[in-house]
Design a protein around this ligand. Structure first.
Ligand code: MRU
Length: 363
């Protein structure tokens, strides 16, 4: 997607082969490009959320494996890189998916062949992600179009966190149907949940929407239910960090409450996901998906820019009050209207997902 008229992906290589990312902790205040020169830097970038979002975590991990192979391409080096990158963040299954994919391709090769093979696969994972997300947009835009056809005024879409192009290599998952709708001239308006505690909605999704001139409003996380009760939300589209084989959806904390409110108000609740986000090994999302617990300081402190343009953190609670910070929650499949995948919109059921991906679902 374009930033000030210049096309960017969220991770890329320079003509000299340097891996670069956008430091997302600095947005929306500063647009800063950072080099990832070592596997350790790739791991830090994922852990400290310079990059985040399930597909981009997977893509960065794949590049991390390539950087590791430049440092030590032995079997021990391969195992060390896998373990170090795998330990960065526990919830998004794209991390495991990408690391297992790259490791399986490198393991049979001679160490001397591993660096080139890892770089080629990392680049291919990035290209595949772009194409998958483009197709998610093509599938999802039909849902927006159908709503636009039966109402006057904009289609009001509520989204949570950032499942935008910054969370993927390009297009985004939840935002891809929105970008496609805008390209087709459909009138859309986006309710952007601020998404406490790290405010990915306020910092990143709002930045994307503003950058593309898409009508939107930033709302507090608790406004969604009220807006739904008053007919001001036509549909919800969110992303996911891990969707189970039976269609339970793990996503940023607060997604579950949006799904409950949508269900109570008859508002369609869609989840957009690339197939690498499906964890075919788990069924019951509430019991089986590891939920990342992040520092309570992320709840107690908020980042912002003051009137003088200074970016900093401010404490919003008494010094003696500890924060608790579960970073994700699970929305049971029964609350999900449909899963927007690159192959089509699947019912959030075991049969629905298996029918859409017969080549991936375990027998
Ligand atoms: O903690 P984050 O910012 O990595 O969480 C991101 C989300 O929850 C996204 O909604 C999800 O990864 C889908 S991204 C296409």
């Amino acid at each position: 997607m374009k930033v000030n008229g210049i096309p960017y992906r969220s991770i890329w290589t320079t003509p000299e082969g340097r891996v670069q990312i956008i430091d997302q902790t600095r947005l929306p205040h500063e647009f800063v490009i950072v080099d990832l020169a070592t596997m350790d830097q790739a791991a830090i970038a994922i852990r400290d959320m310079w990059v985040r979002g399930a597909p981009l975590i997977g893509a960065t991990a794949a590049w991390g494996m390539a950087l590791a192979m430049a440092e030590d391409a032995s079997d021990a080096g391969l195992a060390r890189a896998y373990d170090a990158l795998m330990a960065t963040r526990p919830t998004a299954v794209n991390l495991r998916w990408a690391l297992e994919d790259v490791r399986a391709r490198l393991a049979p090769l001679a160490p001397s062949a591993r660096q080139d093979a890892a770089s080629a696969r990392a680049a291919a994972i990035c290209d595949e992600d772009v194409e998958i997300n483009r197709r998610i947009g093509e599938q999802g835009v039909a849902l927006i179009e159908a709503i636009a056809a039966r109402k006057s005024g904009p289609v009001n879409i509520l989204t949570h966190c950032n499942a935008g192009w910054l969370a993927t290599v390009d297009w985004g998952t939840a935002t891809s149907p929105i970008y496609h709708a805008v390209e087709r001239g459909i009138d859309v308006h986006v309710w952007v949940d601020e998404t406490r505690p790290r405010n990915q909605g306020a910092h990143l999704t709002a930045w994307e929407m503003a950058g593309h001139g898409i009508p939107h409003h930033l709302i507090v996380d608790n406004a969604g239910g009220h807006l739904m009760q008053h007919g001001q939300v036509d549909m919800v589209i969110v992303g996911t960090d891990r969707t189970t084989a039976r269609g339970d959806v793990c996503n940023k904390i607060g997604t579950y409450l949006k799904a409950l409110a949508a269900h109570d108000n008859g508002v369609p609740f869609y989840v957009a996901l690339p197939s690498p986000t499906i964890d075919w090994r788990v069924q019951d999302g509430v019991r089986e998906i590891p939920i990342e617990e992040r520092s309570g300081d992320e709840v107690s402190f908020v980042q912002g820019r003051d009137a003088a343009g200074q970016v900093g953190m401010v404490r919003i609670s008494p010094d003696a009050t500890p924060g608790a910070n579960p970073a994700f929650d699970v929305t049971p499949a029964r609350l999900v209207t449909g899963l927007i995948t690159e192959r089509g919109v699947a019912p959030a059921t075991a049969a629905g997902l298996a029918a859409m991906f017969p080549d991936q679902a375990p027998l």
